[in-house]
Design a protein around this ligand. Structure first.
Ligand code: PFF
Length: 455
């Protein structure tokens, strides 16, 4: 079995792991993506499916990833190699690690572009571009920005450089500082925005939209989106949390830690929804199904009409950018640690090479919103293809393989020694989740979506 420390470093406490994993989980997925896909998929029913997926699939899979990481204490690929050998299983299972590396690349390539939008909004707000803005103004500002590929590319580059800088410094040194301070401030500011939305927006309609269950509004493809998003928002299915689990102290309880992370992540997503939708319903010209620009078109209106809003708005986008960076970092960790282990390479060298590669791939996303907006594959732009492949296909598939591997293949003694229990209520709940509910849930959603799209 592996050593009890990782060569890449260790979290100095349970709290740091919680912060880092929450930092990975909370990001653009919560504040940018959750609201707009909820808007596109009709609201309440989508939210309910998403919450069920978090609880029934996300939590068990996250526990599985943490326990795999801690049991192997290496990069996801080598962790799987070690555990496969230890269990006497087929080396097929290392595909989980490889697919994760690929998914990480794909996601980071567009994640850095959208995060670049957020960085640019820091300056737009600070410069007062939204003072007294209404829906038409904010929509026009966003539209003009999207139509300027060079400008988008500039901010994409800035974000990528910042990410690689932190990654190169090492997870512990680079990350601890960021997450310890910024996550709590982000939460406070987000709650402040909910307060604003409650006073000045149409809060009642937003509540109704988010929490009224209307099954007729949800298709199987919407269900797949909700499930994919549960993986995306918790950073699951691609080894990021597995990589972080490798640096976790042996005596930390996995179940309670994972539940804390899942709860924090969900709270931030719901708060973002409650900050954005009241504004959507109160402002003329905005609709919930606005798409990728939703966050960028709604929140600046709130800031633009608040006393001191320019400063507050700039601060908000600073925090969103930091939330994005603490997620982006974790996207590189599986590939980075593997290359460091395999070639004994210097961390910073690997970090820069990965960064350049993802940056190049990201140019496709930059152009998807302007020059290449008409270039489509199966009706999807470059950005949409990368997004679809990663979060609707690779993450759920990765999650399925992880659940089956841990639930059915991995030696029981490894699982028991990591979880710290091997019978009783907690064990039955865990076993039901990882061996039955999670795999069956994922398969059912996949199968129905395929049948529906070809049927
Ligand atoms: N969880 C991040 C978010 O919600 O923004 C995105 C993400 C990070 C996905 C890391 C996957 C991952 F491995």
């Amino acid at each position: 079995m592996a050593d009890d420390v990782s060569r890449h470093g260790m979290w100095s406490s349970r709290l740091l792991f919680v912060l880092a994993a929450t930092g990975s989980a909370v990001g653009l997925g919560n504040i940018w993506k959750f609201p707009y896909i909820t808007g596109e998929n009709g609201g309440g029913a989508f939210v309910l499916v998403y919450l069920i997926c978090i609880a029934a699939i996300g939590i068990p899979v996250m526990m599985a990833e943490v326990l795999l990481g801690r049991a192997g204490r290496q990069s996801p690929i080598n962790t799987l190699r070690t555990l496969v050998k230890d269990t006497g299983a087929s080396s097929f299972w290392t595909v989980i690690g490889w697919m994760g590396v690929l998914a990480g690349f794909l996601i980071l390539s567009y994640y850095a572009v959208i995060a670049g939008w957020a960085v640019s909004y820091i300056f737009r707000l600070a410069g007062g571009a939204f003072a007294g803005a209404d829906g038409a103004v904010s929509t026009a500002i966003f539209g003009d920005f999207m139509a300027s590929p060079w400008e988008v590319l500039l901010w994409h580059t800035v974000f990528m450089i910042a990410t690689i800088f932190i990654v190169a410094r090492g997870v512990v040194r680079g990350l601890q500082v960021a997450v310890r301070w910024l996550m709590p401030i982000l939460l406070v500011l987000l709650l402040g925005l909910v307060g604003y939305a409650a006073i000045y927006g149409d809060f009642a309609r937003a509540l109704e939209f988010l929490f009224t269950f209307d099954a007729s509004k949800l298709s199987w493809s919407g269900t797949l989106t909700a499930m994919g998003h549960a993986f995306f928002t918790l950073s699951l299915g691609m080894g990021a949390i597995m990589a972080y689990g490798a640096y976790l102290q042996s005596n930390t309880s996995i179940s309670s830690t994972v539940i804390t992370i899942g709860t924090l992540d969900t709270a931030v997503a719901l708060a973002a929804g409650l900050a954005i939708f009241p504004i959507v319903f109160a402002v003329e010209g905005l609709v919930p199904g606005e798409g990728v620009g939703l966050m960028f078109q709604t929140l600046p209106i709130a800031f633009g009409n608040l006393p001191g809003g320019s400063i507050l708005g700039a601060l908000f986008f600073i925090l969103v950018s930091f939330a994005a960076i603490t997620s982006a970092i974790s996207l590189t960790e599986p590939a980075l640690t593997y290359l460091v282990e395999q070639y004994n390479a210097k961390r910073w060298r690997v970090a820069i090479s990965l960064g350049v590669f993802c940056w190049l791939l990201g140019i496709g996303t930059v152009l998807s919103f302007n020059t290449w907006s008409d270039a489509k594959l199966f009706g999807l732009t470059f950005f949409e293809v990368v997004d679809y492949l990663s979060y609707k296909v690779m993450l759920p598939l990765g999650g399925l393989l992880i659940a089956v591997f841990v639930g059915w293949v991995l030696a029981r003694r490894t699982v028991v020694s990591q979880l710290g229990y091997g019978d009783g209520k907690k064990w039955s709940l865990w076993e039901t989740g990882i061996a039955f509910v999670a795999p069956a849930g994922i398969v059912i959603v996949f199968v129905y979506t395929i049948v529906q799209s070809f049927g």
